[in-house]
Design a protein around this ligand. Sequence first.
Ligand code: DGL
Length: 270
Amino acid sequence: MDNRSIGVFDSGLGGLTCIPNLFHELPEERVIYFGDTARTPYGSKAISTVKAYTNQIADFLASKDVKMMVIACNTISATCLPELQQRFPDIPILGIINPAAQRIADICTEENNIGIIATKVTIASGVYTESIEERHPGLNVHTMATPAFVPLIEEGIIENEIMDLTIRHYMDSFVRENQLDTLVLGCTHYPLIRKNILRLYPNLQIVNPSYEIVARIHQVLKEKDMLAVNNDRENVFYASDLSENFVNMIQNILKTEKSDLILKFKNLDL
Ligand code: DGL
């Protein structure tokens, strides 16, 4: 048993999409969330920059004595996971890509045409394709970077024709030319536009890695006998820019009132 909090982090608010399911599946667990809202997006930055920012976040979470770190960001998982695991050998650190790849490997066959949409850095890393190929060789995987989604989502431009046009701009030919039947939301911001995607492409089977990561968290905590019991700690949400927009989005995603949230500002540049 271990009632310390789980550190969950992302470049911004995308990682929050993992939290409702985490609380649902593991109601005794508590989180310390960090969203680097001042420096988002990471997905179009140089890998050296993503690594430098990530090390600052991980140092911050380690200073809070978290029992586990969850990289609720595909971009960081694609570029920093092995280094972080080496840097903190005593803290279990989970990336979000491998559990999602395992899900694809489990549910898809050679008959499927699988599309992966993600940031430029995630797609360029090739990590999704490699991880799926390792688990289920021979699957048909097509990838595409969709970099305009994250800035729009961070701005709260979601239920809106600008978002729908942006989705169609990227996806119409991607879906048609590859005859996609399955789509992986390879960025933790994208579950926030899942409904738009389904409305525009109702026949796609959507894989949302925000669910797969929670199953993996459960499995690892159980194996290590670190599940929380009768936990009286609080959840705490840090952001490097506590803008009004972030505060609105966090309330929407967690379906809670601001007065029920512990929100804190933490600028890692200082
Ligand atoms: N939410 C992040 C991901 O899963 C990154 C978005 C970004 O900062 O570009 O890749």
